[in-house]
Design a protein around this ligand. Structure first.
Ligand SMILES: Nc1ncnc2c1ncn2[C@@H]1O[C@H](COP(=O)(O)OP(=O)(O)O)[C@@H](O)[C@H]1O
Ligand SMILES: CC(C)(COP(=O)(O)O)[C@@H](O)C(=O)NCCC(=O)O
Ligand SMILES: [K+]
Length: 286
């Protein structure tokens, strides 16, 4: 069925860019290790359930064969539709969205009789050491994103995932996760202000460095809060490292953030899915 893509109940062909992308996951610095580059591995269905969207991709060890996304609010439907895909040899799942997504993925795996690999942050995995006091407390999406960033760049990174929440996680040049922050994402900041104040629900604004109405003031303020946090972390982490880290941007609001960051940054569209495949294929390469 290669290249089929499902989104929000509709079936469509995968966008051409999803068909030819090489596996950028195996080996440091974005280089595939010899022996893995040309080899197709077992089919892995990677699923990333975030608090707003569920993203998924079917990977054959070399490239994405199909990808899609749907609303977390319809987790049962979005995940149920994946049963139409070719049966993978395993399903690898990062879930920060809660029990409904978990139940739906369990149902899918039992329908297919395939193994379910749940992404659970470890103390050490795929070259990354987890600095959290309790490694399991870390979000599995953050962990997968850091694994993917380390595999791609192999040097110090600030891994920024701008979704429902924005997380910014510092990985040093030894692959050690040193710590990271969680802040409400852009949409959530706007929603919180609209819901918890009487005068701030004035429609959708746009960015203006000199905002002159309420909607623009709220929109620009939330965006600059995110940009400011990232810039501050880059400045301080660069000082500690002695060199600037690679800024890796992912998540639904990555492009918005990049447009205002004024720093060189690498946008990696499917960072969390890449990390999930990486973790699920651990040990597959010699
Ligand atoms: N098609 C889309 N559907 C929903 N949100 C989107 C979409 N495209 C971009 N976004 C933006 O991305 C954010 C969600 O990003 P995402 O990384 O998927 O979050 P999460 O992992 O928390 O579910 C939303 O808050 C919204 O601002
Ligand atoms: C911080 C998050 C809410 C981000 O979720 P997202 O915005 O991707 O939906 C998620 O990674 C999470 O629930 N983390 C657990 C707590 C932690 O990482 O410390
Ligand atoms: K996030």
């Amino acid at each position: 069925m290669g290249g089929r893509c499902l989104r929000g109940g509709r079936e469509r062909r995968a966008h051409p860019r999803y068909r030819s992308r090489p596996l950028p996951l195996l080996g440091r610095g974005g280089q595939s290790e010899a022996g893995c580059r040309s080899r197709r591995g077992p089919l892995i269905l990677a699923i990333d359930a975030g608090n707003t969207r569920i993203k998924w991709g079917l990977h054959d060890g070399r490239q994405w064969l199909a990808m899609g996304s749907g609303a977390t609010a319809e987790a049962g439907v979005v995940i149920g539709q994946l049963a139409k895909l070719d049966r993978p040899s395993r399903v690898a799942f990062s879930n920060v969205a809660g029990p409904e997504a978990m139940e739906a993925v369990r149902r899918l795996c039992s329908e297919w009789s395939v193994a379910l690999i749940e992404i659970v942050p470890q103390r050490f995995q795929c070259g990354v050491t987890n600095g959290y006091a309790d490694p399991h407390q870390l979000g599995s999406d953050r962990w997968a994103a850091m694994v993917a960033a380390w595999r791609r760049f192999g040097r110090a990174c600030l891994v920024v995932n701008a979704g429902t929440a924005m997380t910014a996680d510092m990985v040093d040049d030894h692959g050690r996760f040193r710590g990271g922050i969680i802040v409400p994402g852009h949409g959530l900041m706007l929603q919180a202000l609209a819901e918890r104040s009487s005068a701030l629900d004035r429609g959708i604004g746009r960015f203006d460095f000199y905002p002159k109405n309420t909607a623009n003031a709220v929109y620009s303020g939330a965006l600059l809060a995110l940009v400011g946090a990232v810039k501050h972390m880059v400045a301080r982490f660069s000082e500690d490292l002695g060199v600037p880290p690679v800024i890796v941007l992912a998540g639904g609001d990555a492009a918005l953030l990049r447009a205002h960051l004024e720093l060189p940054a690498e946008m990696v569209e499917h960072l969390v899915l890449e990390g999930i495949v990486c973790i699920a294929s651990e040990g597959a390469c010699p």
